[in-house]
Design a protein around this ligand. Structure first.
Ligand SMILES: CCCCC/C=C\CCCC/C=C/C(=O)SCCNC(=O)CCNC(=O)[C@H](O)C(C)(C)COP(=O)(O)OP(=O)(O)OC[C@H]1O[C@@H](n2cnc3c(N)ncnc32)[C@H](O)[C@@H]1OP(=O)(O)O
Length: 260
């Protein structure tokens, strides 16, 4: 039984809706990652499901990204386990044979943005409070190569380089302009817009669309698959550094003080 991920049958045949519900901010904790992987595996094996709309149960925060508390003050074994789970989620999403449509109904930084970038199409609610992007450099950390590759595959090299160096979080209209999302719609129309685009994608025969998707994505996937263990060791080494730990602690404190 999954607590942090809700899977519902969609209103249209062959469509499931996967909702994030990990309060307070839908951070990708280890438990959340594991529940997501299990839910996605079940959906992947379900022949009746051809497409999945991915969204947050409560509007406001789509995903707050990776859970910073999983990357602060822990031991190397924990960092390795956590990073393996992050890799696993990305591999499941990016290689999914289903049509994935992200209905972005809230803030979507870093790991949240990455999850949405693995989808085939992104629709974002037109709310200026919501932003999306790979903001790692603003935290004093760097987006790993496969985060970078996923962004490059979506927006191209120049736009990705600029967005990554600056750690830009784009509001909806800018996100559309740069191509990080495909469509921006009034908030109340988000779910219907996602279902409408899903219907267009499902009009294509599955086998042709799936083979095309694999052809487009395999080189990027292969890069991680062939150096998964090295990527884990690299993450553990970097995240364990005092300077990185200090940067993450400072960022977490800033988030906590924001309220005070
Ligand atoms: C081989 C690789 C080498 C590279 C190695 C180096 C680095 C590794 C890179 C790893 C890549 C990292 C990816 C990430 O995803 S990092 C996380 C990025 N996320 C963010 O920057 C978002 C931070 N959060 C926010 O901006 C806001 O919280 C918000 C999501 C917009 C929501 O705002 P609001 O509703 O106002 O809520 P609060 O800010 O008050 O937050 C409520 C509590 O939640 C805590 N929180 C927020 N975000 C996170 C998070 N990502 N992880 C853990 N906890 C989080 C926040 O501290 C508050 O806690 P409190 O109630 O205890 O005060």
């Amino acid at each position: 039984m999954s607590h942090r991920v809700l899977v519902e049958a969609g209103p249209a045949a062959g469509v499931a809706v996967l909702k994030f519900r990990n309060p307070p901010v839908n951070a990708l904790s280890l438990e959340m990652l594991m529940e997501l992987v299990i839910s996605l595996e079940k959906l992947e094996n379900d022949k009746a499901v051809r497409g999945i709309v991915i969204t947050a149960e409560n509007p406001g925060i789509f995903l707050a990204g990776l859970d910073l508390t999983e990357m602060c003050g822990r031991n190397p074994a924990h960092y390795a386990k956590y990073w393996e789970a992050v890799q696993e989620l990305w591999l499941r999403l990016y290689q999914s044979s289903k049509v994935l449509v992200a209905a972005i109904n809230g803030a979507c930084p870093a790991g949240g943005c990455l999850a949405s970038l693995t989808c085939d199409y992104r629709v974002m609610a037109d709310n200026p409070k919501y932003t999306i992007g790979l903001n790692e450099t603003q935290l004093g950390i760097i987006a790993p190569f496969w985060f970078k590759d996923t962004l490059v595959n979506t927006v191209g090299h120049r736009a990705a380089e600029q967005a990554l160096q600056l750690g830009t979080l784009f509001p909806p209209a800018k996100a559309l302009q740069v191509g990080i999302v495909d469509q921006v719609v009034p908030e109340e129309q988000l779910q219907s817009a996602a279902l409408s685009v899903m219907a267009q994608w499902l009009a294509i025969p599955d086998h042709a669309r799936q083979l095309t998707k694999t052809m487009m994505r395999k080189p990027t996937v292969d890069q991680l698959v062939k150096q998964r263990e090295a990527d884990i060791q690299s993450f553990v080494g970097l995240i364990s550094q005092d300077s990185i730990q200090r940067a993450l602690q400072t960022y977490l404190q800033k988030l906590r003080q924001k309220k005070g």
